[in-house]
Design a protein around this ligand. Structure first.
Ligand code: GLU
Length: 471
């Protein structure tokens, strides 16, 4: 069977962690099976769907590198196809017009609940003499649209979902309602469009979040009514927050774009997402190539996965290690720019990043702690200045500046003897000499080793900064 899968987001929000994982699993599966990955925008909820969200989802997918082979298709552009299918079901007596008013439906619902039954539609219009079927698509603008179209679901039997991850799930057809497939405003509903699309796009495997699991039996009935074979289903386990509740904004950033802006690498985010539900032995760090080679739907677990931002950060730092200092310059550039800093000297910036790369776990963090190298004027931390740039320490710094002015370069070889001598002469501990220099050069009390910082800054910058701190 040729593999054709799809990712079908609704543009009612940004691409979020859960959606991105669904997209990734579809993408990996398609790549591994040399199949086709389709992007379909499910935008029939016109009240909540926006152009901005559609664009943001496409941007998120592109940033992640989850390229699609077909699409993006937009459901709103496929209305004639859905109507055609509605008409077919009507003509075959497998769907019917329902003229029940919202008030009546509400009464039926309340009565059912009061009697302890499921609040399903009582099938009044199905049981009454059928209205002339007519055409759902062919209605003119002037024709009253005070009816919807319902699917005449089978009244007996069971529907079995064979799910690659969840196994077999059987549902008594009595439990399933005559669901609305076309609303009174002429728009088709989710369960119907998804089936028509998956059929007409020849989808072989439906891989999606298990929040859709209870829709699947209804969809299978629609496949049967339309005379099409159902695809293979694989429902992915939920993603939870640390409190074991479904992951939501309450748990912090959930949109993919927010992680891009916080300095995460797309490869790291994908690596982390892949592990939310899938495993390959104990391995945690994967390249895209490895994941493509190793990913199997059979290895996706049933248990919900817990989203752990700290682990994501660790995965990101592991991925950052794969880049050279020179590559880091380009990766960090937008994050320097965000702080108003331009990269003037590439080699210098690479050396600066090298000194901080162990500490910065995201590009944003890395740029923030490296920024002092690139700033013309040091931004001083008040507390650090009060503690370490006292009148007495300034005297010391002046002496240091004079001595440094006499050497040709600032390597370990030249710096060490100078500082050691001063240390002895004034009977100081190393920290008493290193901290004032550090504050003068970086503005704070935390930085890489002071010799390293001085060597990278170079003589000119060091002397300028010392002079400024003395003012
Ligand atoms: N549009 C649906 C959603 O965003 C997905 C439907 C599906 O994958 O079948 O949840």
């Amino acid at each position: 069977m040729s593999v054709r899968v799809r990712f079908a987001p609704s543009p009612t929000g940004h691409l979020h962690i859960g959606g991105a994982r669904t997209a990734l699993y579809n993408w990996l599966f398609a790549r591994r099976e040399q199949g086709v990955f389709i992007l379909r925008i499910e935008d029939t909820d016109t009240e909540r769907s926006t152009q901005e969200y559609t664009q943001s989802i496409l941007d998120g997918m592109s940033w992640l590198g989850l390229t699609w082979d077909e699409g993006p298709f937009h459901q709103m552009e496929r209305m004639p196809i859905y109507r055609e299918h509605v008409d077919r079901l009507l003509a075959e007596g497998k769907a019917y017009r329902c003229t029940c008013s919202p008030e009546r439906l509400e009464e039926v619902r309340k009565a059912a609940l009061a009697a302890g039954r499921k609040p399903t539609y009582d099938r009044k219009c199905r049981n009454e003499e059928r209205l002339p079927a007519g055409s759902a698509a062919g209605r003119t603008k002037n024709e009253e649209r005070n009816f919807c179209i319902r699917f005449a679901a089978p009244l007996t039997g069971t529907t079995v979902v064979h799910d690659m991850i969840r196994g077999e799930i059987a549902v008594d057809n009595k439990e399933l309602d005559d669901l609305i497939i076309l609303r009174s405003d002429g728009t088709p509903t989710y369960n119907f469009t998804v089936v028509v699309d998956d059929v007409t796009m020849q989808i072989s495997h439906v891989i999606r979040g298990d929040d859709h699991l209870n829709n699947t039996p209804r969809q299978i009935l629609l496949y049967q009514a339309l005379g099409y074979p159902a695809p293979i289903f694989a429902h992915l386990p939920m993603i939870l927050g640390a409190d074991k509740q479904r992951l939501s904004k309450r748990h912090g950033a959930t949109s993919v774009i927010a992680y891009r802006d916080a300095g995460y690498l797309p490869g790291a985010l994908l690596n982390y997402l892949a592990r939310l539900g899938w495993s390959h032995g104990d391995q945690e760090i994967f390249t895209m190539d490895e994941m493509t080679r190793l990913f199997r739907l059979e290895d996706v677990g049933k248990a919900p996965a817990v989203f752990d931002p700290e682990k994501l950060k660790w995965v990101n730092s592991e991925h950052l290690k794969k880049y050279t200092d020179d590559q880091l310059v380009d990766l960090a550039r937008p994050f320097f720019e965000k702080q108003g800093l331009a990269i003037v000297d590439r080699g210098y910036t690479a050396r600066a990043l090298h000194s901080e790369r162990e500490r910065g776990k995201t590009l944003d963090e890395l740029a923030a702690i490296t920024a002092f190298y690139l700033r013309d004027a040091v931004t001083f931390d008040e507390a650090a200045v009060t503690k370490w740039l006292t009148a007495e320490k300034k005297g010391l710094l002046k002496e240091i500046a004079e001595r440094l002015g006499q050497v040709s370069d600032l390597s370990d070889l030249t710096l060490k003897p100078i500082l050691e001598e001063l240390q002895k002469q004034h009977n100081l501990k190393l920290v008493d000499i290193a901290q004032p220099i550090r504050v003068a050069l970086t503005g704070t009390t935390v930085s890489p080793g002071i010799f390293e910082v001085m060597a990278i800054l170079g003589k000119e910058r060091v002397l300028t900064r010392l002079a400024r701190a003395l003012q």
